[in-house]
Design a protein around this ligand. Structure first.
Ligand code: 9MG
Length: 279
């Protein structure tokens, strides 16, 4: 099976993960990529633009999103993974799902990382991860997508999120899962206020210091609108998305999950060149 890159590039740049939403209600592309063909084409275009890997998801996790059935989710993602791999056989593709059955089918279709915003809280998820043997991204989320933004609360958001991720990793390790295959993610925007998101982003180095690769996903998220201007919609958040991707790179994150691949890759390359020249 293909190895999925979960460590930064040798020049310190994070791996760039391009987002392929196969959801009619996707918050950032308005469902334009809902069909298999369109999602495949979009994924291939992201690879052409310089993505190191792709994240394919068939259930929206945006705030307020309703769940979809297992069969619907599978029908969305498996053909897209197969179609991308038919064209570009060596592409590292992650499957963004909370459902063990979907993760299993996606890995059988060729996915090589399980990105779980639910951090394997579903029944049998840790055992399924052990069975599949691919890297797993454990993301922090308070609550569930439909209601998570109602009233998020933490005693100390950085410590609470770090403790949670440590506990979830512990559950996975107890099944015998390989520590070298675990990726952590503080879950920007998942059950968090603007202040929580800012605290977490200001503390990314703390998450990196836990010793496992960190995935950072903040592309086009609502906190950018909250900081900039209420009129700024999802398609108009490129500047803010790049600012935080550069910040995540400097903090040592291993993977950044983004919509705007070409612009992000260019910004990361320029930052790495400048930092390495001064080193
Ligand atoms: C699916 N998805 C949406 N946002 C995400 C984020 O920030 N991290 C991860 N791992 N997945 C995400």
């Amino acid at each position: 099976m293909l190895a999925f890159p979960i460590r930064p590039h040798s020049d310190g740049r994070p791996q760039v993960m391009g987002i392929v939403n196969v959801t009619p209600d996707s918050f950032s592309d308005g469902g334009r990529h809902a069909s298999t063909q369109a999602a495949r084409d979009h994924g291939l275009a992201l690879l052409e633009a310089g993505a190191d890997c792709l994240d394919v998801g068939g259930e929206s996790t945006r705030p307020g999103a309703d769940p979809v059935s297992e069969s619907e989710e599978l029908d969305r993602v498996a053909p897209v993974i197969e179609a991308i791999l038919a064209e570009r056989p060596h592409t590292p593709i992650s499957i963004d799902t909370m459902k063990p059955s979907v993760a299993r089918a996606a890995v059988h279709a060729g996915a090589s990382l399980w990105n779980d915003v639910n951090a394997l809280r579903a029944d049998t998820a840790p055992e399924t991860a052990m069975e599949l043997g691919v890297p797993v991204c454990l993301m922090h989320m308070q609550g569930e997508p439909r209601t998570m933004q109602a009233a998020p609360h933490y005693d100390d958001v950085v410590n609470d999120v770090a403790r949670y991720l440590g506990q979830r990793a512990g559950v996975l390790l107890a099944t015998g899962f390989d520590r070298n295959l675990i990726v952590l993610d503080p879950g920007i925007g998942f059950g968090k206020t603007l202040e929580h998101n800012l605290q977490l982003m200001a503390s990314l180095e703390h998450f990196v210091s836990l010793g496992l690769p960190v995935l950072f996903g903040a592309s086009r998220k609502r906190f950018i609108q909250a900081i900039d201007d209420p009129a700024v919609d999802a398609m108009d958040r490129l500047g803010g998305s790049i600012a935080v991707a550069l910040h995540a790179a400097r903090a040592g994150c291993a993977i950044v999950r983004v919509h705007d691949v070409r612009e992000t890759v260019q910004a990361l390359k320029v930052q790495a060149a400048v930092l390495n020249a001064g080193a």
